[in-house]
Unconditional design. Sequence first.
Length: 94
Amino acid sequence: MTVISDRINQVRAQFETWGVDAVIITHPINRQWLTSFAGSMAIVAVTATDAILATDGRYWLWVEEQCPDVTLYKYSREAGAMAKLIESLNVERI
């Protein structure tokens, strides 16, 4: 288990206490602590089964190479892109 996967599991361990099925992390410091990703634009979603890092094309290669504990979601800035990400989580309580 890596430090990052341990941190992701620490977040998951709080789901019941927080009354959620997933969390969305947007603050850069929290995002970096959780995933090691230090780029300027990303959103992290943690569910019971996955940790997803959504970012735009500037960072896709970086995430693929340096963030093995997360799933890359290739985010675009088109209208509705965030809604698509949230819908893809297939959870009720965020």
